[in-house]
Each structure stands twice: as C-alpha cells, then as structure tokens.
Design a protein around this ligand. Structure first.
Ligand SMILES: CC(C)(COP(=O)(O)OP(=O)(O)OC[C@H]1O[C@@H](n2cnc3c(N)ncnc32)[C@H](O)[C@@H]1OP(=O)(O)O)[C@@H](O)C(=O)NCCC(=O)NCCS
Length: 161
C-alpha cells in the first residue's frame, strides 16, 4: 500500500449549497437528522418525527426564498447541514444580519472537519448575499459547537439564565 493509495481511501468531505433534493439526498438528510436527534443535537427535536414530517420539513426549507440550505457530504452522502435564515422584509433594523440554525453533523461523520467547512461556506454565502453579521444561539451543553464557533471568531454576547 503506497501513500497515494492510503490518501485515496480517506473519506472525501465536501460542503455545498442545495437548492433541490434528489430522492437519495432527501433520504440521506433525513437519516442524518434522525442520527443527530438521537445524539441529542436535533435543533429542537427531542424525538425522531415520522419520516413524512421530516421530509416535508426539509422540502419546505429548500422551497423558502428566505432560507439558504448548506449540506455536508462524506463520500457523496449527506451527513450534516446548516441553514441561514434571512431577516423578514419589514425588519429594516436587522437587514444586515442572518440567523444561522440547524447546524449539525451526524455522529458517524464527525471529526472530518465538516462543521468547520460548513461554517466557512455559510460565512462566504452570507457575505456574498450582502450580510455583515451572523447570529446564532447554542445550548451551554453543546461543548463541541461552542468550541467550533469561538475558535472561528464568533463572539459570545449574552447568556439566557
Ligand atoms: C458541533 C458539531 C457540528 C461538530 O461537527 P464536526 O464535523 O465533528 O466538527 P469538525 O470536525 O469540523 O471540528 C471543528 C471544530 O469543532 C470543535 N470540536 C469538534 N468536536 C469537538 C469535541 N468533541 N470537543 C470539543 N471541540 C470539538 C473543535 O474546535 C474543532 O476544531 P479542531 O478540529 O481544529 O480542533 C457536531 O459535534 C454536532 O453536530 N454536534 C451536535 C449538534 C450541535 O451541537 N450543533 C450546534 C448547534 S448550534
């Protein structure tokens, strides 16, 4: 086995913006969401919803012009995601700020740098769309996520007690 053979065996991490689903992608994203919910990082869900509810949730996300969906893939399989939510049109005071949400990587795909890639791409997309601030909230128990955000330059500006 040569060095280049070993390199080609490494799983390939990739991040991209998604504007429509193939049925495989939708199924993989629902599987990844189920795994994240079971792992305790299910962006609000504490129990796995039925598959049709989850599919409609994700189809709704790509259909909404106010939402930008980024997905992470490992060897082509969707295993993580994050979304940017644009401010509503009446919210002129916050027109410069997007909300980052539903950010997770399925447990089986963690440790490959995908969350950092997702965050970097979210920053690039937000900048291209003309936003200068990304807001997000995170539970104090999400140690890995807090580490990710703080080492990426995000500033903690408040705590809910
Ligand atoms: C947080 C999460 C997205 C990280 O995903 P990941 O793809 O494994 O992360 P990466 O491999 O890109 O690592 C990026 C950074 O995250 C931090 N990190 C990742 N795993 C960590 C761990 N177990 N402990 C502490 N920090 C960790 C590190 O700063 C790491 O940077 P480094 O590799 O340079 O040290 C993932 O653990 C997850 O989905 N957790 C549950 C859901 C969640 O907390 N979402 C955020 C809600 S806002």
């Amino acid at each position: 086995m040569t060095e280049s053979n070993l390199q080609s065996l490494k799983p390939l991490p990739k991040v991209e913006r998604l504007i429509a689903f193939t049925s495989n992608d939708l199924n993989d994203l629902c599987d990844a969401t189920d795994a994240a919910i079971v792992g305790g990082g299910g962006f609000g869900w504490t129990h796995i919803p039925s598959r049709d509810i989850l599919e409609r949730f994700w189809q709704g996300v790509v259909a909404m012009p106010s939402r930008i969906l980024l997905v992470a893939r490992l060897d082509g399989v969707i295993c993580g995601t994050c979304q940017l939510i644009k401010p509503t049109v009446n919210n002129e005071a916050q027109a410069h700020a997007v909300q980052l949400t539903t950010n997770f990587v399925a447990p089986w795909a963690r440790g490959h740098g995908l969350a950092r890639q997702l965050l970097r791409e979210a920053e690039n997309v937000a900048r291209k769309e003309g936003f200068s601030v990304i807001n997000l909230d995170v539970r104090e128990t999400m140690i890995a996520a807090i580490e990710l955000y703080e080492t990426s330059g995000f500033q903690r500006f408040g705590e809910l007690r």
